[in-house]
Design a protein around this ligand. Structure first.
Ligand code: ATP
Ligand code: ZN
Length: 213
């Protein structure tokens, strides 16, 4: 007997609703939002795990889950060995550098010797390295935007969608370093039976996307 695909989704956050909706549109039924951490589909050989998004790449790399949906930003930041098998087109956002409003800005080299608060030290570090800029990266896990206001850092590097959070914290966006959307990731060593199920799922996802375009 073929074992079911295990699919890791964000429990509750900016990826959740669209992730659940995607499977619904693919005709795959499962319960969510009941507080349970797992749910078995009633009409497709799949079991869903509801997790924090940051943990999903690790679970997929380790094979605890076969597939997962995460933001590309998180997939790249965690540096886990997983395959990106499809871009999903939702939860679009960008990772940008912002500085206190009114500060002069002539380019990324202005950050030389400055301190930057971020939850994305790897992505930021790679970007600065590529630009040949030496700066001090302060990793903090949340509420990054308040760092300049409380004297913790001179700039921030954070996720932006509309920019209203930056604005309300007196910051201005000066440089985009990464553009992200939700992606479907897979364990690189799926067996043939699971790969067949993944192909079946991908076929449905592509049909749903094609119908929308
Ligand atoms: P968790 O509790 O699961 O750790 P979180 O607070 O880390 O959640 P969310 O804010 O729900 O994460 O964001 C999840 C992903 O959604 C981000 O990694 C990013 O890819 C994307 N995202 C973040 N902010 C926005 C936004 N404002 N608009 C669209 N997508 C976003
Ligand atoms: Zn998270």
């Amino acid at each position: 007997m073929t074992s079911a695909l295990r699919i890791a989704l964000q429990k509750s956050g900016r990826l959740s609703e669209d992730s659940y909706q995607l499977f619904k549109e693919c005709g795959i039924r499962f319960d969510y939002g009941t507080g349970k951490l797992r749910s078995v589909s009633s009409n497709f050989p799949a079991e869903f795990l509801f997790l924090r998004d940051d943990d999903i790449p690790g679970y997929v790399e380790d094979g605890v889950a076969d597939l997962g949906i995460v933001g590309e930003n998180v997939a790249v930041e965690t540096g886990r060995s997983v395959n990106t098998i499809h871009k999903l087109g939702f939860s679009k956002c960008r990772l940008s550098i912002a500085i206190p409003r009114g500060t002069e800005w002539s380019g990324i080299q202005d950050l030389t010797g400055k301190s930057i608060a971020t939850s994305y030290p790897t992505l930021l570090g790679n970007y600065l390295k590529g630009a040949g800029v030496n700066a001090d990266i302060h990793e903090i896990s949340g509420s990054v935007e308040i760092a300049p206001g409380i004297g913790l850092a001179e700039a921030v590097c954070d996720i932006v969608s509309s920019g209203s959070t930056l604005l309300s914290n007196g910051l201005q966006e000066v440089e985009t370093i990464f553009r992200s959307e939700a992606i479907l990731i897979a364990n690189p060593e799926l067996d043939a039976d699971k790969q067949t199920l993944v192909d079946k799922l991908l076929f449905r996802i592509k049909a749903v996307q094609a119908a929308k375009n």
